[in-house]
Ligand binder design. Sequence first.
Ligand code: GAP
Length: 460
Amino acid sequence: MPASSMDDLVALCKRRGFIYPSSAIYGGLKGFFDFGPMGVELKNNLKKAWWNHMVYQRDDVVGLDSSTIMNTEVFNYSGHLDTFSDPLVDCRQCKGRFRADHLEKPICPQCGSKELTDPRPFNLMMKTTLGPIEDPSAVAYLRPETAQGIFVNFKHVTDSMSVKLPFGIAQIGKAYRNEITPRNFIFRVREFEQMELEFFVKPGDDEQWHEYWVDQRIQWWHQQGLNPSRLVKFEQPKEELAHYSKATVDLLYEFPHGLEELEGVANRTDYDLGSHSKEQSELGLTANVKENIHSVSRLALKGDQNEWIVPYVIEPSAGVERGILAVLHEAYTEEDLGDGKNRVVLKLPFHLAPIKIAVLPLAKNNEEIVKLAQSIVSKLKQAPIGWVVLENTGSVGKSYRRHDEIGTPYCITVDFDTIGQEGNPLLKDTVTIRDRDSLEQTRLPIDQLVSFFMNKIYGA
Ligand code: GAP
């Protein structure tokens, strides 16, 4: 069973170095969180798994890393300046502000007053100013989605890489939204990361590719440990679609606070490339003249028949923080070990676990045992296993508890048998490997450790 409550997860994340409230020593900052030593590893591992699946395992996707602050015209032509808003209501009594669509009744959730204003649109983009003079011309926006960086680089990528339709451009990066009511831990925050693919296809092939990407994304989330029974598809009703979308399928996950969106897979048609093509920049005109195609969009591409088309785009867009929350929720397990003992264990898939192996010397002051443990760590670090650590606390029980709670799949104990001091010569130069999930303990010669773990990881 996953974690019973969000509180369990929040407490574990803080206790074990996954996620801390941002600026905590000054009272925090609503909607912002920091990832600690375990959290950053988990996050990197999830992003690596996404990049591997979306880029390296395919022949039709390339990557990009674009800037997070963009020319205001980008958001003008993308439609975000006009339409990227949530409905906001103010409470006339307590002056609280709320998202109208999050209120179950027209009553202030803070003070209970019925004195609410009519809803009005509130643009979610975060503003900043560039340069030394703070006048309206200095205003710039932090991107609310990574996607726009891909669209405005479409021509750069197609000019510099040999890509042919259908093909995709993938990007992982920060996005910012001035959410009216950030809430539910890292589920709705103001600064987060997105893993987005813009997959360009021929118009007419879009619906088929849309279905394909929905299936791909569901399979990928299963590989990250999400139980299929807690992940469902939801076709957004027409009236709820974003301004750019012809159809969107949300992947909803059963989070601790309820069934909510983990990822959206949208059919954005030619909306974005088409809109940006309306802007007649110098670059656009030059490109058109060079190609002798004055009448067509500068973001067009040649199709099979050598005709010029503006591609449609299918966009799987997942939030990293929501992914982390889902993965943690799924992995969190409380187990009754009998005899009044229990444990909390994070049953993360191996590839997501922050630490892969912890090596524990049984006696922290026994020089021979500690040296041997250090040499095992060095040997394992040379193999492509991931993060291997020495945990020399002197209390194996305490170390097991900590490593269960951070999801370390294997602990290796170096004991007196290993150094031949316990009377059983057959056990000399062997160590105990403890499996996090089954709690099985296996005794193995030190010189077989690398091949044992390589078999476990790569199955060869
Ligand atoms: N480019 C399309 C796009 O941005 P979206 O549905 O607004 O679409 C995509 O966002 C994903 O980004 C969501 O499914 C969610 O995982 C994540 N996301 C959006 N807003 C978020 C927020 N305030 N906090 C955390 N994650 C968020």
